[in-house]
Ligand binder design. Structure first.
Ligand SMILES: C[S@@+](CC[C@H](N)C(=O)[O-])C[C@H]1O[C@@H](n2cnc3c(N)ncnc32)[C@H](O)[C@@H]1O
Length: 246
């Protein structure tokens, strides 16, 4: 049974579970993901990742795991900025990882970042393995949010930190109206122009709306074993940042 509304928001109306549907959707859109991401966030996705990485500087993490790494943008930015000894990115979608591996090759980073297939809700790493775990725009897609966050907590060492970025709806009514016009009218136009899978871009606002934001997410992070959680909002509240210490 789903604990959170976002777990019931599925990309397609078929009989498969959320994990399989999410994998299928990202396999479908992998080729267009990077330009779509840049266009839909109006270039802000890079700034948001940068701010999240900035927060990690105080713990100087040497072993970092980027879950739901997709095409590897968070892992690449963190590798460049934090220069850890080890950086691993995992994702469900082989096709997203393929795009990511090509990027690593062209940037000369194939030896410093490992990208591999894996499910964030059942991590194949031992307890306390990492100093930091990063996730950008991934947790909203988890079949079980509680399981995914508990797994992130499990693989962190004590004192390690999770830096979680997720898209959110602004609470200010004026910004919210602008956001609604943007997601309901503009994003579908971009999707039709750039993507073969238009359902992927109606799943986006549906899953953002259903995600437990702010204090509700903080409460869940504390229940999943984190001892301290700080929340920040970026760009009129369209992106939320959770910095959680184990
Ligand atoms: C919106 S993309 C974000 C990619 C990347 N983090 C970024 O900053 O652009 C979400 C990614 O999460 C992955 N994902 C969703 N659920 C996952 C899970 N349970 N385990 C691993 N990856 C998952 C999807 O395959 C997809 O590549």
């Amino acid at each position: 049974m789903a604990d959170y509304k976002c777990e019931k928001v599925l990309p397609y109306d078929n009989q498969k579970g959320k994990t399989e549907q999410v994998e299928q959707m990202f396999d479908n859109i992998a080729g267009q993901y990077d330009p779509m991401n840049r266009l839909m966030s109006l270039g802000n996705d890079r700034t948001w990742r940068k701010k999240a990485i900035e927060a990690l500087k105080s713990i100087a993490p040497q072993r970092i795991l980027d879950v739901a790494t997709g095409t590897g943008d968070f892992a690449i930015a963190a590798q460049k900025e934090l220069k850890p000894q080890e950086m691993i990115g995992i994702d469900l979608s082989e096709k997203m990882l393929e795009v990511g591996k090509k990027k690593l090759q062209s940037l000369g980073l194939s030896d410093s970042i490992t990208l591999q297939k894996g499910d964030s809700t059942a991590l194949d790493f031992e307890e306390g393995r990492f100093d930091a775990v990063t996730v950008a725009f991934g947790v909203r897609n988890f079949e079980s949010l509680r399981k995914g966050l508990s797994e992130i907590n499990r693989v962190l060492r004590k004192g390690g930190a999770a830096a979680i970025l997720e898209l959110s709806e602004p609470t200010n009514p004026i910004y919210k109206l602008g956001y609604k016009i943007y997601t309901d009218c503009i994003i579908p136009i971009f999707a039709r122009l750039l993507s073969k899978d238009t359902r992927a871009y109606s799943y986006l606002p549906d899953s953002i709306e259903a995600f437990p934001e702010g204090e509700e997410m903080k409460k869940l992070l504390l229940e999943c074993g984190f001892s301290q959680v700080t929340i920040r909002q970026f760009t009129f509240g369209t992106c939320s940042f959770y910095y959680a210490i184990k």
